[in-house]
Design a protein around this ligand. Structure first.
Ligand SMILES: Cc1ncc(C[n+]2csc(CCOP(=O)(O)OP(=O)(O)O)c2C)c(N)n1
Ligand SMILES: [Mg+2]
Length: 532
C-alpha cells in the first residue's frame, strides 16, 4: 500500500484483528489516533500509561488476544514500563506502540520534546524485545513479528517504536499476511519416557503453571487432560498462582494454588515423579528459593530455557501443554487395579496451614464466594488479601478467572487490569480485590471505569497502609517507618469520581454490597476494615 506511516501501522494492526487500543494521546501520536478513529478501533483512555499497560494485560489474560497499549514518546513509554515488566514475568502478550524521536535525530541530546537517550533500549531491558523501525516499509513487518512472537513459544510483551516523522510521511509497504501458528508437537520418544515414569510412579505429583491456561479458550482442554492423568495415576495436582483454575479447584485430587504452603512443598519434594507443565517452579510461587525435589522431574514447556531452570528437567518435553498431555493420556491407561487411593495426609496438612494463613480474610472471602457467580473474573492486587487470602480462599473452577501480578508483584495492577478484562469480556462479572495501599497506585483509573460505565465492584481491605511491610518491619524488630499512611475517605473519593461507594461492616454487608455492585452499571468501591 502507498500510505502514511500511521495508516500503515493501523492497517497492520487491523490485519491482526486489533479492535481495541488502551492508550494516552500526545503530540507525537496524533496521526495514529487519527487513523484508529477513522478505522473504528475502540480507543480506551486510562489516566496513566501504567494503567494502559495493565489494562492491555488484563484484556489479554481474559480474551487470549494480545492487548495493545499506545503511548506518546518519552515519559509515556517509561510510565508503561512497570506494566510491560509485569506482563513479561507473567507471560502475557502485550504490544506497546510508541512514537520516537524523528529519524534524523542525532540522539545526542538536542532538547527535543520528550527526548530520551534511548527509549527503545530502556524498554528492551524489560520485555521480550523492543525495536525502533527505520522506515515505513518496516512497520508491518515489526507488527507481524510481534504477533508471531505472541503466538509461538512463550508469549511475552514487546515494544515497537516508530520515529514520529514517519507517521505523517508517505511511503510504500506490503501488509504482512497474518500467520497461523502451529502448536509445538511433542517428541514421541520424550512422551514414551515420561509416560513410563508416570505409569510406574508410586507417589506422583503434577504442577500446573500459567502455561497450562488457555486464555480466551472456554474449553479447558489442558485441565481436563491433566485431571485424567491424575485420576489414572492417583497424582495430586497443585497449581501456581498463574495456573490457578486451569483445573477445577473443586476436584478432590486438586490441591489448589498452594505451592507456597510448606506442607504442600514437602509433599511435592517427596513425590517420586513430578510432572511440571508450563511453570518456572520459581521462587515467587514457592515462597522460598529452590526446593529439594527428590523425584524425577518431567517438564512440559514451550520455552526451552525452562528445561535448564532452577530445577533441571530429567525428562524435557518441549511442546504445547495440551498436545503433550494428550500424548501422555494416550500412553497412561487406567490401571486394572485402579489408581492408588490418596492417603489424605497432604490435604490434612494443607488445610491446617490454610486455616492459619488465610484466617484473617476467611469470613470476607466466604461472603464473596456466596455472591459471586462461578463465571466471575477475580482480579487481585499485590496485597495480603490476595496472596494470603484469595489465592487459597477463593477457589475458581473455570480457567482464566483469577488475574494476579504474580512474578513481578507490582502494586496498582488490579483496577486497570480489571478494566481491561471487563472491556475484553463485558459478559463476565469482574471484581477487584485491593489493599488500601495498592489502590492508591492507580486510583485515578476510577475515572476510566466510570467513563466506560463498567459494572465493577472494587473491594478494598483497609488496614491503615502497607500492612505486609509493616509486619516485615516488626519482625525485623525495627519501628514501622513509612508504612502507616494517611487514609483518604474512600466514599468521598468514589463519589468525586462519580462511582458508588459502600462501607461494609462485617462479612454479610460485604457480600450484600458486592451483590448490589454487580447489578449497578457503574463501579462501586466497597471498603471493609481488615480484622487484625
Ligand atoms: C510498585 C510496587 N511498589 C512497592 C512494592 C512493595 N510492597 C509490597 S506489598 C506492599 C504493601 C501494599 O499495601 P496494601 O495494598 O495496602 O496491602 P497490605 O500489605 O496492607 O495487605 C508494598 C509497599 C510493590 N510490591 N510494588
Ligand atoms: Mg493495606
Amino acid at each position: 500500500m502507498e500510505a502514511t506511516g500511521a495508516e500503515v501501522l493501523v492497517a497492520a494492526l487491523r490485519a491482526h484483528g486489533v479492535d481495541t487500543v488502551f492508550g494516552i494521546p500526545g503530540t507525537h501520536n496524533l496521526a495514529v489516533y487519527e487513523q484508529l478513529a477513522r478505522c473504528g478501533v475502540a480507543c480506551v483512555t486510562p489516566r496513566h500509561e501504567q494503567g494502559a499497560g495493565y489494562a492491555a494485560d488484563g484484556y489479554a489474560r481474559v480474551t487470549g488476544r494480545p492487548g495493545v497499549a499506545l503511548t506518546t514518546t518519552g515519559p509515556g513509554v517509561v510510565n508503561a514500563a512497570a506494566a510491560l515488566a509485569q506482563a513479561y514475568s507473567d507471560s502475557s502478550p502485550v504490544l506497546l506502540l510508541s512514537p520516537g524521536v524523528p529519524s534524523d535525530h542525532p540522539r545526542l541530546g538536542r532538547g527535543y520534546l520528550h527526548e530520551s537517550k534511548d527509549q527503545t533500549g530502556a524498554l528492551d531491558a524489560l520485555c521480550a524485545w523492543s525495536h525502533r523501525v527505520t522506515s515505513i516499509r518496516e512497520i508491518p513487518a515489526a507488527v507481524g513479528r510481534a504477533f508471531i512472537s505472541f503466538a509461538e513459544g512463550r508469549p511475552r510483551p514487546v515494544h515497537v517504536e516508530v520515529p514520529a516523522d514517519l507517521l505523517d510521511r508517505r511511503g510504500s509497504a506490503d501488509l504482512a499476511t497474518p500467520y497461523r501458528p502451529m502448536p509445538r508437537v511433542p517428541d514421541p520418544a520424550a512422551l514414551d519416557r515420561a509416560a513410563g515414569l508416570l505409569r510406574g510412579a508410586r507417589r506422583p505429583g503434577i504442577v500446573l503453571g500459567g502455561g497450562a491456561q488457555r486464555p480466551g479458550d472456554d474449553d479447558p482442554v489442558t485441565g481436563r487432560l491433566a485431571m485424567l492423568l491424575a485420576e489414572r495415576t492417583g497424582a495430586r495436582v497443585v497449581t501456581t498462582v498463574n495456573g490457578k483454575g486451569c483445573v477445577p479447584e473443586s476436584h478432590p485430587l486438586c490441591l489448589g494454588a498452594t505451592l507456597h504452603l510448606s506442607g504442600v512443598r514437602r509433599w511435592l519434594a517427596s513425590c517420586d515423579v513430578v510432572l511440571a507443565v508450563g511453570t518456572e517452579l520459581g521462587p515467587a510461587d514457592l515462597w522460598e528459593d529452590r526446593f529439594a525435589l527428590t523425584g524425577t522431574l518431567i517438564r512440559v514447556d514451550v520455552d526451552p530455557a525452562q528445561m535448564y531452570g532452577d530445577h533441571v528437567a530429567g525428562v524435557p518435553v518441549l511442546a504445547d501443554a495440551a498436545l503433550a498431555l494428550d500424548g501422555l493420556a494416550d500412553r497412561v491407561p487406567e490401571p486394572e487395579e485402579g489408581a492408588p487411593a490418596p492417603d489424605g495426609r497432604v490435604e490434612r496438612e494443607r488445610d491446617a496451614e490454610l486455616r492459619e494463613v488465610a484466617r484473617r480474610w476467611a469470613p470476607q472471602l466466604a461472603a464473596l464466594r456466596e455472591v459471586l457467580p462461578a463465571d466471575t473474573v477475580v482480579v487481585g492486587d499485590n496485597s495480603m488479601m490476595s496472596y494470603h487470602g484469595a489465592i487459597v480462599g477463593m477457589p475458581v473452577d473455570p480457567p482464566g478467572r483469577f488475574l494476579f501480578p504474580a512474578g513481578y508483584g507490582t502494586l496498582g495492577f488490579a483496577l486497570p487490569a480489571a478494566i481491561g478484562a471487563k472491556v475484553g469480556r463485558p459478559d463476565r462479572p469482574v471484581v477487584v480485590l485491593a489493599g488500601d495501599g495498592a489502590l492508591q497506585f492507580s486510583v485515578q483509573e476510577l475515572a476510566t471505569a466510570v467513563e466506560l460505565r463498567l459494572s465493577l465492584p472494587i473491594v478494598v481491605a483497609v488496614n491503615g497502609g502497607f500492612g505486609e511491610i509493616r509486619d516485615g518491619m516488626r519482625k525485623r524488630g525495627m519501628p514501622p517507618v513509612g508504612v502507616d499512611l494517611h487514609a483518604p475517605d474512600l466514599m468521598t473519593l468514589a463519589a468525586a469520581y462519580g462511582a458508588h461507594g459502600r462501607v461494609a461492616d462485617g462479612p454479610e454487608e460485604l457480600g450484600d454490597a458486592v451483590a448490589e455492585a454487580l447489578k449497578t452499571p457503574l463501579p462501586t468501591v466497597v471498603s471493609f476494615q481488615e480484622p487484625g
